[in-house]
Design a protein around this ligand. Structure first.
Ligand SMILES: [Zn+2]
Length: 394
């Protein structure tokens, strides 16, 4: 099994490189949006425009006077934008995602993808098409020995930081020896994660303070006139705090998922949709939800790498209302109740109890095998779905 993997690094472009990349991002966005408009217009006439047709359009656009500037940047990222659009439509037709949206200059992060013909990589020096000098990359971790990237994606985030992501084969990833341990994992607000073993993993250090800063930055931003310079500065400031929170969480989630996947054969998590049913639009909730998706995606691709199984328990499972000792279902379990005692005499920590229930439900699914669902309980019902872990790259 050859695993493809993306390695992402920060880099510092020269002024000339930054200008070339900004120009390329602009052209990528323009081509993507024009192709999307053409496909949307055809869609309204119940016609389909495929990738080849948009590729022919691009050739024609480049020959017109007003779009001649598209010739000034590398043609590869423009072609890749059309491929991404094709992918977005495939997902839409397969009902995996919503109708593709236009990329706005303000909201979408700029990015450009280069394939093999549009870059050279030698002795750690990466030179992109239309550039003379290698990018000044901060090699925060080594690339696997002897590998050459197949695709290079350059991007700039809302905080103005530049990143390059290199997709490579990683021959060092091999399935781990099987183990019979399993773990249930509950994601919460007070703690980042609670495990069925009783272990609680705290939120990243300094996050409380950063969150307060982010809330303040967002309030400042709300006061500014849209489109003004002050607004752009305030947005950048908020984006920087946001990026810091997200980076700390990501580092932590990487370490945690690697550890959890190494230690356990079966990892049981809850479907997030249950959390969305509890309307709670706080900042803490938004951050917690975002990291849940990241956690799940990290867990799934690492499980696929190492031969482990992720089981996602579905949203009607009453993990926090069920006594993990006797199986009695409580009528109510308000969010502010952190510890409780069941009629059977067992006292529970709310999150640990939920994690233990998740583990039990997940194991029931793996024992039953795919296609067999555990019997529903009343009231509320209990069921879980066996989740195939798709092979994904970070
Ligand atoms: Zn009980």
């Amino acid at each position: 099994m050859q695993v493809k993997r993306a390695f992402k690094y920060r880099f510092y472009p020269s002024d000339a490189q930054a200008a070339e990349l900004s120009r390329t991002f602009g052209c990528v966005r323009k081509v993507y949006n024009m192709a999307l408009a053409a496909r949307t217009e055809a869609w309204a006439r119940q016609k389909r425009v495929n990738y080849n047709a948009t590729s022919a359009m691009l050739t024609a656009w480049k020959k017109t006077e007003e779009l001649a500037y598209l010739n000034e940047v590398s043609s590869v990222p423009l072609q890749q934008a059309l491929r991404h659009l094709q992918g977005a439509f495939s997902n839409f037709f397969a009902k995996r995602s919503k109708y593709p949206r236009f990329k706005s200059k303000r909201k979408s992060r700029g990015s450009a993808e280069y394939t093999r013909s549009a870059f050279t990589f030698r002795d750690g020096a990466l030179i992109l098409a239309k550039m003379n000098d290698p990018l000044d990359i901060v090699w925060s971790r080594p690339l696997p020995e002897g590998t050459v990237p197949t695709t290079v994606t350059v991007s700039r985030d809302a905080a103005g930081r530049w990143f390059v992501s290199l997709r490579c084969d990683d021959p060092s990833i091999k399935p781990l020896p099987a183990t019979d341990s399993a773990v249930g994992i509950d994601v919460g607000l007070d703690h980042l994660l609670t495990l069925s073993t009783g272990e609680k993993i705290a939120n990243p250090r300094h996050e409380r303070r950063d969150r307060a800063r982010l809330a303040k930055a967002q309030r400042e931003l709300a006061k500014k006139t849209k489109g003004s310079n002050n607004c752009a500065n305030a947005r950048c400031k908020a984006a920087k705090v946001h990026a810091r929170i997200a980076d700390r969480r990501r580092d932590m989630l990487h370490q945690l998922t690697t550890r959890l996947v190494r230690e356990n054969q079966t990892l049981v998590i809850e479907d997030l949709t249950v959390r969305n049913m509890v309307k709670n639009h706080t900042l803490a909730r938004a951050i917690s939800d975002a990291s849940w998706w990241e956690f799940r995606s990290l867990l799934e691709y690492k499980a696929a790498w190492y031969g482990r199984e992720v089981v996602v328990v579905d949203r009607f499972f009453p993990s926090s209302k069920l006594c993990s000792a006797c199986g009695t279902l409580q009528d109510k379990m308000p969010l502010n109740v952190r510890t409780w005692t069941c009629d059977c005499g067992t006292s529970h920590d709310r999150d640990v109890n939920a994690a233990i229930n998740l583990k039990a439900a997940g194991l029931a699914v793996t024992v039953c095998g795919a296609g067999v669902r555990p019997q529903r309980r009343k009231p509320g019902g209990q069921s879980a779905t066996k989740q195939k872990t798709p092979r994904r790259e970070p």
